[in-house]
Design a protein around this ligand. Structure first.
Ligand code: ZN
Length: 92
């Protein structure tokens, strides 16, 4: 049985303010963006073998961005959140 990464984390929703600039009208503002906080469980879920244990050791707590787009507060047009800001590791 392969290790299911989702089973290794406790997930909860977290809202974070992000300063974003609308590419359409140039307006910069803070937006509440939805993230998934994924905290690694103390123990690996059952059924794993040696290889799964090695994988589990490498997993780290992180925030995973759920929202891909926001609506501009000024012009109301939808724009994309830059994709390089889609994951944040927490234990650095
Ligand atoms: Zn705009």
């Amino acid at each position: 049985m392969a290790l299911n990464e989702r089973d290794c984390f406790t997930e909860s929703i977290e809202m974070k303010a992000m300063s974003l600039r609308c590419p359409q009208c140039g307006h910069r503002d803070d937006y509440q963006i939805k993230w998934l906080l994924r905290e690694k469980k103390e123990r690996m879920p059952g059924g794993g073998d040696q290889r799964d244990r090695a994988l589990f050791e490498k997993l780290r707590d992180h925030l995973y961005r759920v929202d891909d787009t926001v609506n501009c507060n000024k012009c109301r047009r939808r724009f994309e959140i830059p994709s390089h800001q889609s994951m944040i590791f927490l234990d650095d």
